[in-house]
Design a protein around this ligand. Structure first.
Ligand code: TNX
Length: 526
């Protein structure tokens, strides 16, 4: 009883301090030393000028001002700041009016920042974020949130002062395509788990999430014209773990959620190999007409759709048609990797028949770089996943005009172990410590592929060994922000020595967010 009472009394005391806008600890005043300045942000901004005397202190009286286009981002920002501060932070329209404000303005930013960039100015009287689009505002908000004390990421109210580090930033991306991939086929992850990952990657300005929806061990998306793909093929996962699949409604909800974080979902249907789950679900997809047994091991390269049968293309057409209808993004990933059980002639035949199907439904092809050898349309984007610096087929595709998505497996594979004793992950492409993952450049990594041939960077996370969200986090953090920076920041502005210091300052934010990260000895964590 008395314990309960004292808690209530304390609650009231905290509340009144918060309401009055007094710093909860006397020492944390307006000019308190900021945890991070504008030059500490990850990914590194194009141009950042700190001004320690220009810090802004958020108060219960602060409002978020915006225009019609910025409304959604303003609400998102308020949603980020309310839980830890306990402030009301109302979103109000129009940029006129007195009082302390964070202003989000669309349409008045410098032409230099383009459609994704932004300009941010923090001064004692307020914060102004300008962009030419709401996407630019959203990305600017990701910078702004890093200028707060880490505790801003807390999900519960913290009594303290909220000083935003002063200065100005002008920023825009090097590459327009910055991506992460999650393999939901080897192990299934629920929509909520995918949403959590979306929030984690969005804070580093990643704007695509490639979902590896199908593989030998499981089929994870409802296809209404072939229902057993999900209801039979969706039941299995690696090692006998429970399977699962997304209904089309759940998938559409994921697409919408990602869009609210300015992330595009790029769905992958892997074929003509990696198709055991489909061949288990439907006997007619096999050349001999017999359904294959399910597989829950992690071998690769044993399955293939039957290239000579007409039903194979009816299947592909139905799947691509249904998937295209629920995917607003431009790209459909058709896989194409490790088709070791499809002859080279059959692989070409399959490609020649499937490429027009994707076009018929208004979509553009992306796929693993194995597709480069099939002479795909120049709009197609092969994703480089090799482990060396040469690939004649990829270089030839680049020379024909195809843009290349860079995910070199020995640099960018988030499922590779950090070191030999890492309890999770694989090591076939090498061990990838944080520095190895950061120290490469997409425009010089591959012979014959230069800046103009590169569409961007992706960090794939295969899930043979990953079962929980903690597992995802442990492999993705701290490496993921590095790939985000490689995709965003100017090449000349990044060095490992400076990055490791900036990265270290991110970790208190992860602690607040509950992200279970790997404490690499290459970084001096705070
Ligand atoms: C290779 S990389 C694969 C996947 C595995 C991965 C494990 C690629 C295009 N295919 O089937 O999951 O290695 O690291």
């Amino acid at each position: 009883m008395s314990k309960r009472l004292s808690r209530t009394v304390l609650g009231v005391a905290v509340l009144s301090l918060v309401t009055l806008g007094l710093p909860a600890t006397a020492s944390a005043g307006q000019h308190a030393k900021a945890e991070r300045t504008v030059t500490d942000v990850v990914p590194a901004p194009v141009d950042a000028k700190p001004d320690p005397r220009a810090s802004f202190r958020l108060s219960p009286a602060t409002v978020i001002r915006t225009d019609r286009e910025g409304k959604q981002v303003a609400e998102y920002l308020a949603g980020l700041l309310r839980p830890a501060t306990g402030y009301r932070l109302p979103v109000v329209s129009g940029h006129r009016g007195g009082g302390p404000a964070i202003s989000l303005e669309t349409g008045h930013a410098s032409g230099r920042v383009g459609s994704e960039g932004y300009q941010l100015k923090v001064s004692p009287s307020g914060v102004t974020l300008k962009a030419n689009t709401d996407e630019g505002l959203f990305l600017g908000v990701q910078t702004l949130r890093q200028l707060f004390p880490s505790e801003i990421e807390s999900k519960t109210v913290k009594k303290r002062s909220w000083v935003v580090s002063g200065g100005s930033v002008l920023d825009y991306p090097r590459f327009g395509y910055r991506s992460a991939m999650l393999d939901v086929a080897r192990h299934f992850f629920t929509p909520d788990q995918v949403k959590l990952y979306i929030d984690q990657i969005a804070q580093y300005k990643i704007n695509n999430l490639h979902l590896h929806l199908t593989d030998d061990q499981g089929w994870r998306i409802e296809i209404k014209s072939w229902p057993k793909l999900a209801t039979v093929g969706g039941q299995t996962a690696v090692g006998g773990a429970p399977g699962g699949y997304y209904t089309q409604e759940q998938y559409k909800d994921l697409v919408r959620y990602a869009a609210s974080r300015h992330i595009t979902i790029v769905p992958e249907i892997d074929m003509p190999g990696h198709t055991n789950a489909a061949q288990h679900s439907y006997a007619e997809l096999n050349c001999d007409g017999k359904a294959v047994p399910p597989r829950t091991d992690i071998e690769v390269g044993y399955s293939s759709l039957c290239i000579g049968k007409d039903i194979t293309y009816k299947f592909v057409d139905d799947v691509i048609r249904e998937l295209s209808a629920i995917t607003p993004g431009k790209y459909i990933n058709i896989g194409g990797d490790e088709a070791h059980s499809t002859s080279p002639e059959d692989y070409q035949t399959f490609a020649t028949k499937v490429h027009p199907i994707v076009a018929k439904y208004g979509k553009t092809i992306t796929g693993w770089h194995d597709i480069a050898k099939t002479n795909p349309p120049v709009s197609a984007v092969p994703q480089f996943w090799g482990t060396t610096g040469t690939d004649a087929n990829v270089a030839a595709a680049a020379a024909r005009g195809n843009k290349i998505l860079m995910s070199p497996a020995n640099k960018a594979y988030l499922d590779m172990k950090y070191h030999a004793q890492t309890p999770l992950g694989l090591s076939w492409a090498g061990l990838i410590e944080v520095k190895t993952g950061y120290d490469w450049d997409p425009a010089t990594h591959l012979q014959g592929v230069t800046e103009k041939n590169v569409i961007g960077v992706e960090a794939p996370l295969w899930s043979e060994t990953l079962i929980t969200s903690d597992h995802i986090e442990f492999m993705a953090f701290p490496r993921l922000p590095g790939y985000a920076e490689i995709g965003w920041s100017p090449k000349d502005s990044r060095t490992w020595d400076a990055y490791r210091l900036r990265l270290a300052k991110q970790s208190p934010r992860w602690v607040q967010q509950g992200i279970d990260f790997y404490r690499s000895t290459q970084v001096d964590w705070k």
